[in-house]
Ligand binder design. Structure first.
Ligand SMILES: Nc1ncnc2c1ncn2[C@@H]1O[C@H](COP(=O)(O)OP(=O)(O)OP(=O)(O)O)[C@@H](O)[C@H]1O
Length: 319
């Protein structure tokens, strides 16, 4: 899977697509604006950045670095995401700060909690988050390659419940993909990363970042003209992305392009917007098939909603 992703990234450098910012923005501003009245106090455990001691670097994303940190007073461990902005990004930075304030209000057992947000003198924006000890689903798939269907069912249930919470708050996640689904010490999967990092000026190649994300984008986002994306509310785009992730978990590679096919932009866009063939393993249960088909319905108006999917037998298995 890693190889396929890396090759896709290389191919992507030669093609022009909407910028990551344009692609990711997708109506989120108005949803966040609707939540402005919900701002309240910050976490009492973390009063300032100086309370936190950096322990290790967890990883790097588009635009920033994530550290494992410890509160010097309480010894509690957190993840600290530091986003860097260039000098010209003042307006964007202000928007991100507003959104960050709102996201501190997001409080669900299915969503990685953001406990505090700080500015630094150097202009960085720092997010103190719940630490997810076992990394991301992307890391897990690199090690285990394929996941058993029962495990996929539990992941699906948690992500759909997280999306139901976010959508109920009028928040479109906009970037559901394996690296944004994090796993804690108890093995619980939670949704992370609310598009904030996509707005900053990236340290990675912009096409590379966009490519990784575009692979999980719905037809109405990739080709709005053909799929009436101008009228889509964005919520159904999250459901599509979830369908791609779940199928990837079961087949062990990015599922919309066959392993033997040339993994370039053209193939990716054709597969998302035009491809009729949905390869689901013979061994998959009817419940899995039907669930994933409801997520990967190309017409966003016909696609399953989170409320419908939560009633689906695939996410209501008794284990
Ligand atoms: N709260 C957290 N707890 C533990 N690890 C985390 C946490 N948040 C992020 N990480 C890890 O830190 C690394 C970088 O994450 P980050 O969100 O910056 O980028 P990304 O999701 O990998 O890529 P992108 O920026 O393109 O979305 C990833 O390996 C991710 O799994």
């Amino acid at each position: 899977m890693t190889l396929v992703r890396e090759r896709r990234h290389q191919q992507g450098l030669r093609l022009s697509l909407p910028s990551p910012l344009a692609a990711a923005d997708f109506r989120q501003r108005s949803h966040y604006a609707a939540l402005l009245s919900a701002i309240g106090p910050t976490s009492p455990d973390i009063e300032s950045l100086s309370d936190l001691e950096k322990l290790t670097v967890i990883g790097h994303g588009n635009g920033g670095t994530v550290y494992k940190v410890r509160n010097r007073k309480s010894s509690s461990v957190y993840a600290l995401k530091v986003l860097r902005f260039d000098q010209n990004a003042a307006v964007i930075r202000h928007q991100v700060a507003c959104e960050a304030e709102i996201l501190k209000r997001v409080d669900s057992q299915f969503v990685v909690k953001c406990l505090a947000v700080f500015d630094t003198i150097g202009g960085d924006l720092c997010f103190v988050m719940e630490h997810m000890e076992k990394g991301s689903l992307y890391d897990e798939l690199r090690v285990r390659v394929k996941l058993p269907e029962d495990v996929v069912s539990v992941i699906a249930q948690r992500v759909v419940r997280g999306l139901q919470y976010l959508h109920g708050m009028q928040i479109v996640h906009g970037d559901i993909k394996p690296s944004n689904l994090l796993i804690n010490g108890k093995g619980e999967v939670k949704i992370a990363d609310f598009g904030v990092s996509k707005i900053v000026v990236g340290t990675r190649n912009a096409c590379e970042a966009c490519m990784g994300t575009c692979a999980y984008m719905s037809p109405e986002r990739v080709d709005p003209e053909r799929w009436d994306g101008g009228n889509a509310d964005g919520f159904s785009g999250d459901v599509w992305s979830l369908g791609v992730v779940l199928l990837e978990c079961l087949v062990g590679h990015y599922p919309l392009i066959g392993l033997g096919e040339k993994p370039d932009w053209a193939a990716l866009i054709c597969a998302i917007c035009l491809g009729e063939r949905l390869e689901i393993p013979e061994t998959a249960s009817p419940d899995f098939r039907s669930f994933v088909r409801r997520c990967l319905e190309k017409d966003w108006r016909k696609r399953g909603s989170v409320d419908e999917l939560l009633d689906h037998p695939f996410v209501n298995r008794i284990l």
